[in-house]
Design a protein around this ligand. Structure first.
Ligand code: CP3
Length: 356
């Protein structure tokens, strides 16, 4: 069923790509496939060009961003590129002292925990991120008919890094603020919604053909808390880019119990991790949304015939839903220790097994 929420605005040469057609629920010659975190440490060519350059600095060098974004497209023949950046780049751009520590993740020097701390989270202006505009422009020229996916972190996931001060297993300080200081929390996620919206708009204005909102850690919330304390801010982000003619993808991990609400938050495509089969995910997400997913990334460590059996199961589950509106992906990101050749073989397999 075509999704009327996706405007048929021309987004250049990628408009008729399998990926964008699948986002719009249109027939495709084969199921499109790309991988979250496809650019990165699983690729020797990535490790080589990143040598000696800190992660966040690499995100500010347009020529390097272009090269790293293109690497998995060249190697794996995926149907879409994802812009090489990070969810904390816009936080750094508004002046938050954040660093990405290798093997750890984002670390915030002075966490945001009080009303006074919030003043440090000013709105993002396009002039704060000229390197994003430049890198997207370079990429769109080079990619031609291959779509470029822009992205940002969702308010909850960004808030968890800002409040905890770094990666966290239980998100206890974040939840303590959400439960204990609801007004402070509401202002925090509202400010983050503005920053995220502005960051996505910069990427869309520069030419990306779809955007994905990563709410990686939202699966730690109960549905009622998500609905009350998080969903309004995510909806604000989706609404802010609703009229810009690009499909909006929403992704989180461990979100089985949240899929219905995430579907209602405003995206056109909902990402599903491996814990919920696609048929059940479609029932929870509701009519009219395309689905993205959902092979368990760990399957890639098994022998090829197992990878293919499991990939075929995902394709079957999707075709039982009517054969349109599916983008093949992993249920979460590529792991650094994955064999890149296994990923390339998987792309070829998905294309072949789904050819119509
Ligand atoms: O290929 C792509 O998907 C595009 C690039 C991308 C990166 N980060 C590059 C990166 C994307 C889409 C992200 C999003 C991101 N960043 C998320 C959401 C996606 C998810 O996996 O759930 C999150 C939670 C972050 C925060 C973050 N940044 C983490 C947890 C890490 C890993 C820390 C580590 O070393 O294990 C980072 C760093 C990071 N971002 C790397 C890359 C390639 C690794 C750093 C390096 O190569 O030095």
């Amino acid at each position: 069923m075509p999704n009327p929420a996706v405007q048929p605005a021309a987004r250049g040469r990628a408009y008729d790509s399998a990926f964008l057609r699948a986002c719009r629920h249109e027939p495709v010659p084969h199921t499109p496939v790309w991988f979250m975190r496809q650019a990165g440490r699983s690729l020797p060519e990535y490790l080589k060009v990143r040598e000696g350059i800190p992660m966040l600095e690499s995100c500010m060098r347009p020529e390097l961003v272009k090269e790293i974004t293109l690497q998995p497209v060249r190697r794996h023949k995926v149907d879409a590129a994802i812009f090489f950046s990070d969810i904390v780049v816009p936080l750094k751009a508004v002046g938050i002292d954040v660093d990405i520590k290798p093997g750890v993740g984002p670390v915030i020097a002075d966490p945001i925990r009080t009303k006074a701390d919030l003043q440090r989270l000013r709105p993002l202006e396009p002039d704060d991120v000229p390197y994003i505009t430049e890198a997207v422009g370079l990429l769109v020229d080079e990619l031609g008919q291959t779509p470029l996916i822009g992205f940002a972190g969702a308010p909850y996931t960004l808030a968890s890094y800002l409040v905890e001060g770094g990666p966290s297993k239980n998100h206890e300080r974040t939840k303590a603020m959400m439960y204990g200081e609801p007004e402070l929390w509401a202002e925090l996620v509202d400010r983050l919604a503005q920053i995220t919206s502005a960051f996505l708009k910069v990427q869309i204005a520069a030419g990306v053909s779809a955007v994905q909102l990563f709410d990686s850690w939202v699966g730690s919330l109960a549905p009622d808390d998500y609905r009350r304390s998080v969903m309004p801010a995510s909806t604000k982000v989706f609404d802010s880019v609703a009229d810009l003619g690009v499909p909006r993808i929403h992704f989180g991990v461990g979100t089985g119990e949240l899929l219905g609400l995430m579907g209602r938050a405003g995206a056109d495509v909902v990402g599903v991790d491996w814990r919920v089969p696609l048929g059940e995910a479609a029932r929870r997400v509701g009519l009219g949304k395309a689905l993205q997913g959902n092979l368990d990334p760990a399957v890639l460590f098994a022998p090829t015939h197992v990878v293919e059996t499991k990939a075929r199961e995902v394709l079957h589950a999707a075709s039982a839903l009517g054969g349109t509106g599916h983008i093949f992906n992993l249920g979460h990101g590529v792991l650094p220790s994955m064999d890149p050749d296994a990923l390339s073989r998987l792309v070829a397999f998905v294309h072949e097994a789904s050819a119509r």
